[in-house]
Design a protein around this ligand. Structure first.
Ligand SMILES: Cc1cc2nc3c(=O)[nH]c(=O)nc-3n(C[C@H](O)[C@H](O)[C@H](O)COP(=O)(O)OP(=O)(O)OC[C@H]3O[C@@H](n4cnc5c(N)ncnc54)[C@H](O)[C@@H]3O)c2cc1C
Length: 353
């Protein structure tokens, strides 16, 4: 029997960050993950955008989350001798008069993170737009796929990865310990993304899974130092390659790429881009979102050794490092979990038989 302090299920952003912080605190763990090439983390654009929505609202806790994330990605980058994060501006081409007015109004009331576009023709060589643009700055762009791959290599080299499917029905609760296969641990933390919505321990939590589709598009000679947005976002993600997305579907009957999205994407490209392009890939993925748009962090009220880090929704890049650290600190007895994300807020639901 292999003994560790913590078993972690899932190596998306949640499991990666939780395991990194545990390692730093000297806590032993095994991470069980079966790669899903269409997991939310692998398919994410990797953007941390401080201002979102039609009214350009500052996103929840961003003044704390963004600097924390920047330091955290730089720190793990130093540890793995790679770079995973860059500062970037988002150029917002106003798709409607209402969006132009929303930008101007928000800028007058609170200019933080907004820069008005002085030279309206600046991007006219590459894009078609009639109503000008404004910039959102600073944003952060995380290379999530590279981070996940590099961390997986580190996990393998350090004998921390168990590359297989985890079956929650085979978890044994024996006294103060938990047993799974040939492993024994004091805690288990589910970082299993959309699978938690079917997980017998946590399926009562109010998940609201959300489907997102995107295209990978080759566009030569478009500078890759900005994110470009006009309804959809074009995010640099490799040499001459841009991620174009995404859709947000709350109601769906499969997790496959759809003809409808591909057609919308092609129309968007034909209408907005003046450069030749080639679509390289089209994919769909499921975001582990929640009804009240707040993460699920903490321990089950019926067994304080079974925990979760999930519900990261559309903002896994900024939420995972921050709340992963809170959960790791809770395990080592150093800190409490923020009540706004602590799953103890669902105690009644989770203890209902
Ligand atoms: C199209 C799209 C674009 C996005 N863009 C952004 C963005 O720009 N910025 C941002 O911040 N967020 C973005 N997101 C959201 C972000 O991707 C998610 O919030 C985040 O990736 C969730 O991470 P996770 O670790 O909780 O889940 P996941 O990434 O789903 O990881 C779960 C892992 O657990 C594994 N697993 C599950 N069940 C089992 C099991 N039983 N046994 C073994 N392994 C298991 C899975 O294979 C997977 O590896 C985007 C999401 C989508 C879909």
């Amino acid at each position: 029997m292999k003994k560790v302090d913590v078993l972690i299920v899932g190596q998306g952003l949640a499991g990666t960050w939780l395991s990194y912080w545990l390692h730093k605190s000297g806590v032993s763990f095994k991470l069980i993950d079966q790669i899903n090439p269409d997991s939310a983390s692998i398919r994410a654009a990797g953007l941390i955008n401080p201002v979102t929505g039609r009214r350009l609202v500052t996103t929840w806790m961003i003044d704390e989350l963004m600097p924390f994330a920047k330091n955290a990605y730089q720190e793990i980058g130093n540890f793995l001798e790679e770079n995973f994060i860059d500062e970037i501006s988002l150029i917002d081409f106003f798709p409607t008069v209402q969006m132009l007015q929303a930008f101007q109004k928000r800028y007058e009331e609170d200019p933080s993170y907004l820069i008005p576009g002085e030279d309206s023709k600046k991007y006219a060589e590459w894009f078609r737009y009639d109503l000008g643009w404004g910039a959102i700055h600073p944003c952060q762009l995380v290379n999530v796929e590279k981070l996940l791959k590099s961390w997986r290599i580190w996990l393998k080299e350090n004998n921390c990865l168990v590359d297989c499917h985890f079956d929650p029905f085979k978890l044994k609760e024996t006294g103060k310990k938990l047993e799974y296969s040939n492993m024994r641990a004091s805690y288990i933390i589910f970082c299993d993304g959309k699978s938690s919505a079917q997980n017998p321990y946590f399926n009562k939590l109010p998940f609201a899974l959300n489907k997102g589709e995107a295209l990978l598009v080759e566009i030569k000679s478009l500078p890759a130092d900005k994110v470009y947005k006009k309804g959809m976002s074009l995010v640099p993600c490799g040499e001459n390659i841009f991620w174009l997305g995404s859709s947000y579907e709350w109601s769906f009957d499969n997790d496959l790429p759809s003809e409808k999205f591909r057609k919308n994407g092609e129309e968007w490209l034909n209408f907005n881009i003046k450069l030749p392009y080639a679509i390289q890939e089209h994919f769909a993925s499921i975001r582990p979102a929640t009804l009240e748009r707040r993460p699920f962090v903490g321990f089950h009220p019926l067994n304080s050794r079974i925990g979760i880090l999930n519900g990261l929704g559309t903002k896994g890049c900024s939420l995972a490092p921050y709340f992963g650290k809170q959960l790791a600190d809770k395990i080592t007895g150093k800190e409490l979990i923020d009540p706004l994300v602590d799953i103890s807020r669902f105690e009644k639901i989770l203890t209902r038989i």
